[in-house]
Structures are given as C-alpha cells and as structure tokens.
Design a protein around this ligand. Structure first.
Ligand code: ZN
Length: 196
C-alpha cells in the first residue's frame, strides 16, 4: 500500500466515525497568538502540549528553522493575515535546540541535487539569473541569534501595528522546556480565558 493510499484509507474511517468532532473550533485563535516555529518532527505534538495549546487556540506557521527570510515573503504575509484578519495580538517566534538549520551546508545540498539528476546547467542558469543559491540554502550558526533576527524583522516591519507584542523563544525538542530570547509587549490575558 502506498503512503498516500494509507492516509486516504485512514481518512475515510476518521470521517465516517466522526472523529473530527473533538476538534471542532473556528479559524479565529482563542488565545490571540500567532506562533512561528520549525517544521521539526519532534515538535509536531510536543510544542502545542508544552505551550498548553489545543485546536483553535493559536495560528501556527512553520518553516525550516522558524526563520522569516524575507520581509515580503509568505511567512511575513501569514503573520500579517493572522493579525489583521484573524485577531492575533501577539507573535511568538519559537526556535529550538538541535535544529537541522544549524548545520545546513549549501554545498552538500547542491551536490545531493546533482546526484539526484539536477544538471549543472540548471545550477549555472539559476546563478546567472541572480539567484544566490548558497545564501538561499544556508542555515544559521546560533538558534538564539536566528530567533532574535526573525523577531527583529517582524518588529520592524512597516505593516506591523505598534500594539502587537513580538516575543522570541527557544524550545527544547525533548523536554519542551521554553527559554526566552526576547520579550515584547505583553497583553494581559482576559479573565474569561484564564480558567482553562
Ligand atoms: Zn528546526
């Protein structure tokens, strides 16, 4: 059975058994936060549990390394949509220790691409078109610096409203322990949502 078939078969049962009912919510984040974190597999369930988030609580954006690479790219657009259209009031950038982006080697990726059939002509054409492939495929040296850089790009974005707090954190991928890199403006939690 293929991976896709396996997923589709499971899905049919999931829907038939109405297992979705436990997850019903709206598109508006109840906790008014948007979180940018890494796509690391260890964080799929650990991060929401470690931050006390359930379905409906937060907008969660993922990218390799929790990096905002470009002020007018899709990650920054997602953050702005979460704020303006969906009511997010605080942004949390959550990097993690032992991130794959720490050791990312552009030469290694390009040589793997070559061994998978990407021609050197394609690489040359991209380079001649002004695309800096080494930069595009580079990671970072320090997760705390990377989180601080992403926070800084968000905080200084010309379309970010002044009342939005932007925080930077690092999560441990085994224990879920959070440490603060930088604190932004904090919004008091309304009394009604403190009970849960
Ligand atoms: Zn990562």
């Amino acid at each position: 059975m293929s991976r896709l078939t396996e997923i589709l078969e499971y899905n049919r049962t999931f829907v038939q058994n109405r297992e979705y009912e436990a997850f019903r919510t709206t598109k508006f984040p109840d906790k008014k936060v948007v979180i940018l974190t890494c796509m690391d597999t260890r964080l799929v369930e650990l991060l929401p549990k470690a931050m006390n988030l359930k379905n409906g609580d937060a907008k969660i954006i993922k990218s390799a390394g929790a990096i905002v690479a470009h002020p007018f790219g899709s990650i920054m657009r997602s953050i702005l949509v979460a704020i303006y259209s969906l009511g997010a009031e605080e942004v949390l950038v959550v990097g993690h220790h032992d991130c794959g982006m720490t050791s990312l080697n552009p030469d290694e990726i390009l040589s793997k691409a070559a061994s998978r059939g990407i021609s050197s002509e394609t690489i040359r054409t991209l380079s001649h078109s002004g695309i800096d492939l080494k930069r595009f495929l580079s990671g970072f040296h320090s997760v705390t610096d990377a989180v601080a850089d992403s926070v800084s790009m968000i905080r200084n974005h010309p379309l970010l409203p002044a009342d939005i707090g932007v925080h930077g954190l690092v999560i441990h991928p085994e224990t879920g322990e959070l440490s603060i890199v930088t604190r932004g403006k904090e919004t008091p939690v309304p009394a009604t949502s403190q009970e849960a």
